[in-house]
Design a protein around this ligand. Structure first.
Ligand SMILES: *Cc1c(COP(=O)(O)O)cnc(C)c1O
Length: 383
């Protein structure tokens, strides 16, 4: 944990808006995931926060990576290629999965040289892969229930369980190798039953494929969705892990390799945003604070991620209900309409915790305001 005193010191030193990444928190999240889900190799979903320093820290912990675009692929490739290899010689499969089911032909052509592992969920994609990336290995993305997830994905991606084996056999017939099955239960999944249902569907597709003569599948990729502890209503990973481990051991023999693609869980609690009050007004009796970070910047998750980030003051004192607005001229740039804050003055700092995922990653330059400065720290200052 980074103390409020240290946060304020960082804000003074580096200026605001500031986005602080706590690498001790990253390592803690990684190790916790490993401890509770020992059978699973972690493929960190880079889109949650593509900062190269995060990639390096997680790689040193032993992580692999899930990417969804060529620039993300290169961020990982450039940042891990010089580090000691921890896997087999053909590390690309051990270290990177390209988990976007729909890929442009140009992307496939660039990926082909790396013999990548890519996902697919339809016939058109099989034809594209065959033509433009014949060296790729495949994982079928299965459509699974996303009930109760904060961010739903099942309407955009996934082959239905009924067509899954037809697609696997079609890929096989085209001369491609389907290595296994992947799914995503939806982001910030607090309904653990989603994982149970998805694993059971996956196992039934495995069985059907086997019955129909396809026996080359050896991996199950259980995707992301692992909930970050934004508040006390989120049950801990330990409880979800118990459910998943039981199902994995019941449904899949030991020789089946299990992957997961946690994004949010790894980085949400490792990011903090510090900004400052740049203006203050009273409208309809309510104090409105204007700060120098907002929804086009580090607070973008309010829009894109359906997420809330309480704004906190460093100052103590009696609080009242306030609004907090971002710096741009757009009416959409509202951080909160209901925040309990003490009386703040111009230049006072405010901050938000648990803002490491899907935040700075979607910052824009809208209205001329650049993204927050990023600073990397470990909990204990290094000397
Ligand atoms: C976004 C995404 C993830 C990460 O999801 P989280 O909910 O952040 O864990 C993993 N896999 C795929 C394919 C994704 O699109």
């Amino acid at each position: 944990m980074i103390s409020p005193t240290r946060l304020q010191k960082l804000a003074k030193e580096h200026g605001t808006p500031l986005f602080v990444i706590d690498h001790d928190a990253l390592r803690k999240n990684y190790r916790q995931f490993r401890r509770y889900l020992p059978r699973i190799q972690i493929y960190y979903a880079v889109k949650a926060n593509p900062d190269p320093a995060i990639v390096r820290t997680l790689y040193q912990e032993g992580a692999s990576f899930d990417v969804a675009s060529m620039p993300e692929f290169m961020i990982v490739h450039e940042n891990i290629k010089d580090l000691p290899a921890q896997g087999r010689q053909d590390w690309i499969w051990d270290k990177i999965i390209y988990a976007n089911p729909t890929k442009a032909t140009e992307t496939l052509e660039q990926l082909n040289q790396y013999k990548p592992l890519v996902t697919f969920d339809n016939l058109e994609e099989i034809r594209k892969i065959k033509q433009h990336a014949p060296n790729a290995g495949l994982a079928l993305r299965l459509k699974v229930p996303n009930t109760g997830a904060m961010v739903e994905l099942s309407s955009k991606f996934g082959a239905s369980p009924g067509e899954a084996v037809d697609l696997i056999l079609a890929a096989d017939k085209a001369g491609l190798v389907v290595e296994g099955i992947s799914f995503h239960v939806g982001s910030q999944t607090t309904n653990f039953e989603n994982y149970v249902q998805a694993l059971s569907l996956t196992a039934s597709v495995f069985r059907e494929a086997q019955d129909r003569g396809y026996t080359k599948m050896n991996l199950v990729d259980i995707g992301g969705g692992f909930p970050a502890p934004y508040d006390s209503s989120v049950r801990p990973l330990r409880e979800l892990a118990k459910v998943i481990n039981t199902e994995l051991d019941r449904l899949f023999p030991k020789n089946i390799q299990i992957l997961a693609e946690p994004g949010r869980f790894m980085v949400a609690t490792a990011g903090l945003a510090v900004s400052k009050v740049i203006g203050k007004a009273v409208r309809d009796g309510k104090t409105c604070y204007y700060i120098n970070d907002g929804v086009y910047h580090t607070y973008s998750g309010i829009i894109f991620d359906h997420c809330k980030y309480p704004v906190k003051a460093f100052k103590k004192g009696p609080t009242s209900l306030c609004s907090v607005f971002g710096p741009t001229c757009d009416a959409l740039d509202v951080v909160s309409m209901a925040e309990n804050l003490p009386e703040l003055e111009r230049d006072d700092f405010v901050y938000s915790e648990n803002i490491g995922a899907y935040s700075h990653a979607s910052s824009t330059y809208f209205n001329g305001f650049p993204p927050a400065t990023v600073v990397h720290v470990s909990a204990a200052p290094k000397h």
